[in-house]
Design a protein around this ligand. Sequence first.
Ligand SMILES: NC(=O)c1ccc[n+]([C@@H]2O[C@H](COP(=O)([O-])OP(=O)(O)OC[C@H]3O[C@@H](n4cnc5c(N)ncnc54)[C@H](OP(=O)(O)O)[C@@H]3O)[C@@H](O)[C@H]2O)c1
Length: 184
Amino acid sequence: MATSIALPIIRTRRPSPKLCSLASSSGKTSSSPLSNYDIFLTRDCLAYSKVKPAVNQIETRPCFQRDSLVKFCQKHGVCVTAHTPLGGSVANKEWFGSVSCLDEPVLKGLAEKYKKTVAQVVLRWGIQRNTVVIPKSSKSERLKDNIVVFDFELSEEDMGIIKSIDKEYRTNQPAKFWVINLYA
Ligand SMILES: NC(=O)c1ccc[n+]([C@@H]2O[C@H](COP(=O)([O-])OP(=O)(O)OC[C@H]3O[C@@H](n4cnc5c(N)ncnc54)[C@H](OP(=O)(O)O)[C@@H]3O)[C@@H](O)[C@H]2O)c1
């Protein structure tokens, strides 16, 4: 009988085929999860690891779509989980001088059109691009709302409109928090 065990997500800035393989060495699993692997790290992992990564949990939302990475993962059978799908608790404006995706006028307009909240539109968009979305809320009402995203569908045209609002706004900016530019 197949069993599933929870493994720590592999979270590193360096390609680590060894880490990717570690998970399977016990014979208890045949896949491994990744987190924050960009396209190059994912490619390296796919090329060198004996164990195929099953999931890559990355930051993505309408204002930070990362289409190339998402498509690359999906093409190679790596499920994309969208972390911080709503933009996180730290306001983009405060930290990065950018607008939070929940305040994005285009998304507000679509929320009105579909009679949904902006968060629901954002989450539905994530689902329709075949990503797993993992919003967090400390409020029970919002937890309930964030699940009611399977009773409507964004039209192809509206998916196209959302595609056009990508601003490459990243909230996960180690350079801001640690004052080290990891992407240098
Ligand atoms: N792998 C990684 O590197 C990584 C990095 C960051 C996060 N994550 C994971 O991603 C998940 C979500 O992350 P997150 O909390 O940073 O981001 P998030 O879910 O995008 O945003 C959470 C924020 O949005 C608010 N919110 C939730 N539902 C809302 C709604 N319907 N309307 C308006 N605001 C709403 C929450 O406020 P209230 O609580 O007041 O509702 C909270 O401030 C977590 O499981 C986290 O562990 C992973």
